[in-house]
Structures are given as structure tokens and as C-alpha cells.
Write a protein that binds this ligand. Structure first.
Ligand code: ATP
Ligand code: MG
Length: 334
């Protein structure tokens, strides 16, 4: 098949996406497909350079807005026309965050009648907006941390007076722990809210769930084994997510059968409630009594060397190449 791998883009997770894209492209080639890599925010010459390398890497610093190709929005449209002209059998979306994960790219591909991997445009939007996903989770009786969403820095002063600490402050629609703070006392609140608003027009303030960090990947409406993450920093931050050796992982997680089963059922339900397709990864915190709380559903989870979905698949006996191939097969069933 002729498959275009969409990677890069202009989101804060651009670097991560370039690495996911390299890995996916390599797997697709190994599986016998014809592969073309396209960065929706790149010029024609840059596409040539992109296809000449698989040497992308992720810096350990949180990405700076100044270095993102944010002025290149119109290239998304130009590149869509190029994709259409290349007549691919499928587009494999290896983008993370921003327009690539929030339904915009999915909508563009829908408009052009080009099939693509993973969730459709509506599920992508619902999953990206953490406040909207939480609304759906609550309706379905799925456990989420208690919190509030702010639409401007001064909003909900009264609510902020009532809360106990620690609290988590995070942008409503970012990934990779970008713009997120754990706040231990009221005087640090303003700074954390200001930081989160740099990345999003809405900010979530929610209770900090002290305990363990686990995630469950879904493929073909089935949950993989639970992965437990033990980051070297207190927080599973950007560096712990992408720098080799900065987190320890346990797959399957050491949990009794009831908790494992519960996590897998909750993950599948969260995936289904939002209408996700193909694959996703559902992030949880377990409190001190191993009670799970859903943090979010990632519709385009990382596919890098340190990423969690490939680890979970590996524990179920599925290597990276067959994971990628299964995602392709699922997409063509649409
Ligand atoms: N309510 C919470 N309680 C405890 N820790 C939290 C909470 N919310 C977020 N965190 C921590 O911050 C990390 C990132 O949070 P979350 O998964 O909500 O955002 P993200 O940046 O979108 O992540 P991803 O890279 O998975 O897309 C979590 O993995 C967890 O370590
Ligand atoms: Mg997460």
C-alpha cells in the first residue's frame, strides 16, 4: 500500500511527533509498504529533507513557542492538496497535540475523502479538550479528579478559596505535561495559572491524586496490560517521558487482579464513551487505596522508543511492526 505518514506539525509536541513518525515510517517500510513522510507545516524542500532522514531526536527542554513554526498554518492546506495528488491508500497520523490531534487534521482529511488511522474528528476534539472529556466521563459514571475549569486567570476566585492543596493546574488541551504545575500552597497558584494560560485558553485546576501512575492502551476495542510508570522526578514530566532512563516502567503493573481488571474496563469505557477508534491510551492515577481516577484519553499516543503503547503491546506479545500494521488494518475497516 501507499501510506503517507503525517508527522511534525506546529504543536508544542512537534519534536515528539517527528520521532514517532520516523519509527512508524520504518515499521511500515519493513512491513512492505511504500512510505512518504509529510510534515503538514513544512515547505516542499523541507519535505525532501524529511524523507532523507530518520534521525530526529527530542530535546529534554519543554519546547518554546518561539521555535515552533506557528506562522505556517496555511501550509496545512497546501500540503493537503499535495497529499490528495499523491493518491495514498491511507494516511498514518503520527502528529501529537494541536491541529494534528484535536480533530482539525482529521476534518481536513475527511473533507478530502482520504482515509486515516485512529479516531475521527469528533472523538479527537472531545478527547483533546480535557474539560469536555471529563463531562462525558462523569455522565458515564467514570471516576475523574474533582476540579474546575477556568476561562480566564481571574475566574472562580471563590472556588480557589475553597480548595485544599496540593492541586494540579494544567492547560485544557496540551500534552506531554507541558504547562502543568503541581501547586502546594495558595501563594503559588497565580503563577501556575498564568503559565497554563500561555498554552491554552482554558485551564484546569483539579485535586492532586497522590499515589501511582498507570496507563492502559486500547487497540481494536481491547485493553492491553496495564503499564505502571515510576518517573525519576516526582512528576511524569517532559524529560521523564522522553529521555531514556528517566522513568522506570513495570508491564504488566504489579496490581491485584481486581484492580487490573477495573483499570482495563474503565479504559475501554473511556475510549468508547468518547467514540474513539483504532487505538488510544488512557492515563490514570491510582490513589493510596488503589482507587483509579481517569486523567485523560490520548487519541494519538506517542510511538517513540520510550513510549507506553509500544511497551504495552510488547507485554501482550505484539512487536512494534505488528502494532503499526494492526493500526493500519483497523483504519481500513472504517
Ligand atoms: N490530578 C492529578 N493528580 C496527580 N497527578 C496528575 C494529575 N493530573 C496530571 N497529573 C500528572 O501530570 C501528568 C500529565 O497529565 P495529563 O496526562 O493530564 O496531561 P498531558 O500533558 O496531556 O499528558 P500526555 O503527555 O499523556 O498527553 C500525568 O501523567 C500525571 O503525572
Ligand atoms: Mg497524559
Amino acid at each position: 500500500m501507499k501510506i503517507i505518514v503525517l508527522m511534525g506539525g506546529d504543536s508544542a509536541e512537534r519534536e515528539v511527533s517527528l520521532v514517532s513518525g520516523d519509527q512508524i515510517a520504518r515499521a511500515l517500510t519493513a512491513n512492505g509498504h511504500e512510505v512518504i513522510k509529510i510534515d503538514p507545516s513544512a515547505t516542499k524542500d523541507e519535505q525532501t529533507a524529511l524523507n532523507a532522514t530518520e534521525e530526529h531526536w527530542i530535546g529534554i527542554q519543554y519546547p518554546e513557542f518561539d521555535f515552533l513554526p506557528l506562522h505556517r498554518g496555511s501550509l496545512y492546506l497546501k500540503n493537503l492538496l499535495i497529499i490528495k495528488r499523491l493518491k495514498p491508500d491511507l494516511v498514518f497520523i503520527a502528529l501529537h497535540g494541536g491541529k494534528g490531534e484535536n480533530g482539525i487534521v482529521q476534518g481536513m482529511l475527511d473533507a478530502a475523502d482520504i482515509p486515516y488511522t485512529g479516531s475521527g474528528r469528533l472523538a479527537s476534539t472531545l478527547a483533546m479538550e480535557k474539560d469536555i472529556s471529563k463531562f462525558f466521563f462523569r455522565k458515564a459514571n467514570l471516576p475523574v479528579p474533582r476540579g474546575q475549569v477556568l476561562d480566564r486567570p481571574q475566574a472562580s476566585r471563590r472556588y480557589l478559596k475553597k480548595i485544599t492543596f496540593p492541586q494540579v493546574v494544567k492547560p485544557n488541551d496540551q500534552g506531554s505535561t507541558i504547562g502543568l504545575s503541581i501547586v502546594d500552597n495558595p501563594k503559588d497558584m497565580e503563577k501556575a495559572i498564568g503559565l497554563a494560560f500561555r498554552y491554552s485558553s482554558k485551564v484546569i485546576v483539579e485535586e492532586y491524586i497522590a499515589g501511582r501512575e498507570v496507563t492502559v492502551a486500547i487497540l481494536k476495542q481491547r485493553p492491553f496490560p496495564v503499564v505502571e510508570i515510576r518517573p525519576k522526578h516526582g512528576l511524569y514530566d517532559y524529560e521523564c517521558k522522553y529521555k531514556e532512563g528517566m522513568s522506570a516502567y513495570q508491564v504488566p503493573a504489579e496490581l491485584d487482579e481486581t484492580v487490573t481488571h477495573k483499570l482495563q474496563q474503565l479504559a475501554l469505557k473511556a475510549h468508547t464513551v468518547l467514540g474513539c477508534r483504532g487505538y488510544s491510551r488512557v492515563d490514570f492515577r491510582l490513589d493510596e487505596n488503589n482507587q483509579p481516577f481517569i486523567l485523560e484519553v490520548n487519541t494519538l499516543p506517542g510511538m517513540t522508543g520510550t513510549s507506553l503503547v509500544p511497551k504495552a503491546a510488547g507485554a501482550a506479545g505484539m512487536n512494534f511492526n505488528s502494532l503499526v500494521e494492526t493500526i493500519v488494518e483497523e483504519a481500513l475497516k472504517k
